[in-house]
Design a protein around this ligand. Structure first.
Ligand code: PMP
Length: 420
């Protein structure tokens, strides 16, 4: 509601920007940013169509490029076994289940997938939603409310923040990875709230670093809080067999209430899951709005991750390769004095450039030299922390990584000479 001083006495006084969308200041800001990029002769860098399956390469405008823009971490998207399973599911069930699962949208493949996810992670059960982003929004906003407190890492994904805001709980962003400050915050205020949720990630998606999970578990236990871990970028990636951050640190899986993850990265599909106790999953299945009031995940989208998990169990060497290639990229980039920020032990490797336009330019220069890597600029990352973000996957060859880092260092150097 507007302050009394800003209200209108007649409809004719209402500024057009309040009801004509093309005049919304927020929309004009986006237009301005695009105009700035175009004025540099860079063309629109967004929504570039990729013309085939993306793994270590991609095809754009008929050109083949080495690709670092996709999170097909363990090469499951495009894997013949995974594609075949999705095709068979379409033949058997069609392309949609055409109803909420609670009513008549349930198919045997749904429970098979949920049991496979739970078995892979090491929890009692799991529930699958149609979107990864929606999974966080609906679960967090549903489980927490007024009188509750949510403390999330300052670099938490938008879906966690949105879910927390929608919940109506009090919200605190604690400094990145800083479990000591978190501990202190809880020491001071735990007693004033009913439920408390701590939200962290397995691998941070813009920085590629990993939190000290055992410490967070200690803190959550000390303060009778819940812990949720978003494993979007750590499932299929961390641990000797890709079972995620729980495997990496060998923690008791029951110490984390919500093991959240997406099906869109290592599992070559679209959707999200919450793995946890039998009681939690049962409750969510009967009550969470994003599950009840939404269609069940489509048959091909359920079959693909089910097949992907089974392939990964049979071929854990994919995880080892992914980890080796990621390590190689990081070492080479460090040797070239490129700023990889906090990235460590993960396939998400930023090259921090600082200036937004410089990082857009660098991304485009690399594109011309056969490398597809996106830039990230404000507001996705803080001002002056613009970057290129490389996603490594297990199909990248050693040679591709070596040549990429050489070209990257060369282009970075040239650009610095022009702009400094
Ligand atoms: N959590 C994190 C940490 C993510 O990076 C993303 C998307 N990249 C999501 C959740 C949302 O997942 P999805 O894209 O599968 O909706």
């Amino acid at each position: 509601q507007l302050d009394t001083a800003d209200t209108f006495s007649t409809h004719s006084e209402i500024p057009e920007e309040y009801y004509r969308f093309e005049l919304y200041p927020e929309y004009r800001q986006i237009q301005q940013q695009q105009e700035e990029i175009q004025s540099l002769g860079l063309g629109n860098p967004f929504f570039t169509p990729q013309e085939g399956i993306v793994n270590n390469t991609t095809r754009v405008g008929g050109r083949e490029l080495i690709d670092y823009a996709n999170y097909n971490y363990v090469g499951m998207c495009g894997d013949p076994k995974v594609s075949q399973a999705a095709k068979e599911a379409i033949d058997r069930y069609g392309t949609s289940v055409c109803a909420s699962r609670l009513l008549s949208g349930e198919r045997p493949i749904h429970r098979e997938l949920e049991r496979e996810i739970a078995d892979f992670i090491g929890t009692e059960d799991s529930i699958v939603y149609v979107g990864g982003h929606a999974t966080n929004v609906t679960t967090i906003s549903h489980l927490f409310g007024r009188n509750d407190l949510i403390l999330h890492d300052a670099l938490s994904h938008n879906s966690v923040v949105q879910g927390s805001l929608f919940s109506g709980a009090s919200l605190i962003a604690f400094p990145h990875n800083d479990w000591q400050t978190l501990d202190r915050l809880l020491q001071e205020r735990r007693h004033r709230y009913r439920r408390v949720l701590i939200a962290i990630e397995g691998v941070y998606s813009a920085d590629g670093d990993i939190p000290d999970l055992p410490k967070f578990i200690e803190v959550k236990k000390r303060h009778q809080a819940w812990l949720t871990i978003d494993e979007a970028h750590s499932i299929g990636v961390l641990g000797a067999s890709g079972r995620g951050i729980g495997e990496l640190y060998d923690v008791d899986r029951a110490d984390v209430e919500l093991w959240m993850g997406t099906l869109s990265k290592s599992f070559a599909s679209c959707g999200g899951y919450i793995a946890g106790s039998k009681a939690l999953v049962e409750y969510l299945k009967y009550t969470s709005p994003g599950f009840l009031f939404s269609v069940g995940i489509s048959p091909p989208n359920a079959a693909a991750p089910l097949a992907a998990i089974r392939v990964l169990k049979a071929e854990p060497e994919r995880v080892k390769l992914l980890q080796e290639r990621s390590q190689l990229f990081l070492e080479l980039a460090t040797k070239h004095n490129l700023n990889t920020g906090m990235s460590k032990g993960s396939p998400v490797i930023p090259i921090i450039v600082g200036d937004s336009l410089k990082s857009i330019q660098l991304s485009q220069n690399l594109f011309h030299r056969g490398i597809n890597v996106p830039f990230m600029i404000y507001p996705s990352v803080p001002q002056n922390a613009a970057r290129l973000r490389f996603f490594i996957n297990c199909t990248h060859t050693e040679e591709q990584i070596r040549s990429t880092v050489d070209i990257l260092a060369d282009e970075y150097q040239k650009l610095s000479e022009q702009t400094d």
